[in-house]
Design a protein around this ligand. Structure first.
Ligand SMILES: C[S@@+](CC[C@H](N)C(=O)[O-])C[C@H]1O[C@@H](n2cnc3c(N)ncnc32)[C@H](O)[C@@H]1O
Ligand SMILES: [Zn+2]
Length: 322
């Protein structure tokens, strides 16, 4: 009885397609979600390229990502290869592992929890959702190296992941961040090259947000997990990192509130002891490294104690009819 109602509520396409076990943009659940960035048509794999029915073709790079950009993007927004390398080194050392754990917990828990409480039909549908039976797509907008996407995919064993980032250097790494991950170069401020309602989980970690587009591509019962720094985050580093607006969290909620309701939030706070070279790497993964006076990073103390302080917030689609 319960199983019957569960399968009836799942989209037909989700029940007939086996989940992808291999990664890459040509994995079935990723290919189904991607749309041609020129004309919006579906893609098919054509050799080492994705091609739409109108003949627009995008090569799949040997690292497994696809660059869907076809218009010039203003320089300076995408992370440079040096910033991406610094970010990869810092994250691989595990300094932000508690943040990744919180993101994974939010993605996993939210995928099980009903959109609305109580014993409504909606509640029943989600309460018994069997994660192992659902092919899900986790989308990470501004994914960087794919570190948080990989953590979410570990927590959602049947999901495929798609990293979007404006930086090709980031996508190169994100495509290899997890066996079920794929990556595409794209600008968050443009309409996303994705089908409506294709993502069951969206991540947005320290990256630009396009609320209207996030709303469009998120499934009705999907969740958006957003990580933002609080004003205490890395505050000890002073001008060596970007200052966080104390109203950032408030502004975030304001920016998303037209389309989303915040349903949960976890504050992740912990101290980090860093060596001089780790501190340097942390600064080099952010944009301030380019604006510092020469030598500013040469005289860092041997040991630095900084505070990691972030909010991991979970949003669900607002019922816009209400
Ligand atoms: C601070 S990094 C965070 C990366 C990753 N989420 C993490 O936390 O490790 C911001 C990322 O957003 C990307 N980015 C900046 N502007 C973008 C845009 N307009 N569209 C897509 N990605 C963008 C950068 O290339 C960079 O990878
Ligand atoms: Zn096309």
């Amino acid at each position: 009885m319960m199983r019957e109602s569960m399968t009836r509520d799942i989209e037909p396409s989700a029940t007939v397609n086996a989940p992808s076990v291999t990664g890459g943009v040509a994995a079935p659940s990723v290919l189904r979600a991607l749309r041609c960035s020129v004309c919006g048509a579906e893609f098919a794999e054509a050799g080492r390229a994705l091609r739409c029915a109108h003949g627009h073709s995008f090569d799949i790079a040997k690292q497994g990502y696809v660059n869907l950009l076809h218009a010039k993007v203003p320089a300076g927004t995408a992370d440079t290869p040096a910033m991406v390398a610094a970010r990869a080194a810092f994250l691989d050392a595990g300094h932000y592992a508690p943040l990744a754990d919180a993101v994974a917990r939010a993605a996993e828990a939210s995928a099980r929890v009903p959109r609305s409480g109580g014993a409504s039909p909606d509640f029943q549908r989600h309460e018994f959702r069997d994660l192992a039976a659902l092919p899900e797509l986790v989308l990470d907008a501004g994914a960087g190296t794919g570190y948080y996407l990989a953590a979410a995919l570990d927590a959602l064993p049947n999901a495929a992941g798609l990293a979007l980032d404006l930086s090709a250097a980031a996508c190169r790494r994100a495509a290899r961040a997890h066996p079920r991950a794929a990556a595409a170069v794209w600008n968050t401020w443009e309409p996303l090259p994705l089908a409506d309602g294709c993502a069951s989980v969206m991540l947005n970690v320290f990256a630009p947000r396009n609320a209207a587009e996030f709303r469009r591509v998120l499934r009705d019962d999907g969740v958006l997990v957003v990580v933002t720094p609080t004003s205490s985050h890395l505050a000890e580093l002073g001008e060596l990192t970007l200052a966080v607006d104390p109203r950032k969290d408030e502004r975030l909620t304001e920016g998303l509130s037209r389309h989303f309701d915040r349903v949960d939030a976890e504050e992740v706070n912990y101290p980090l002891e860093l060596s001089a070279s780790e501190t340097r790497t942390l600064i080099e993964m952010g944009p301030t490294a380019h604006h510092l006076s020469p030598g500013a990073l040469d005289a860092l103390p041997d040991a630095v104690r900084v505070t990691v302080s972030c909010t991991v917030a979970v949003y669900r689609l607002r019922d816009e009819a209400a």
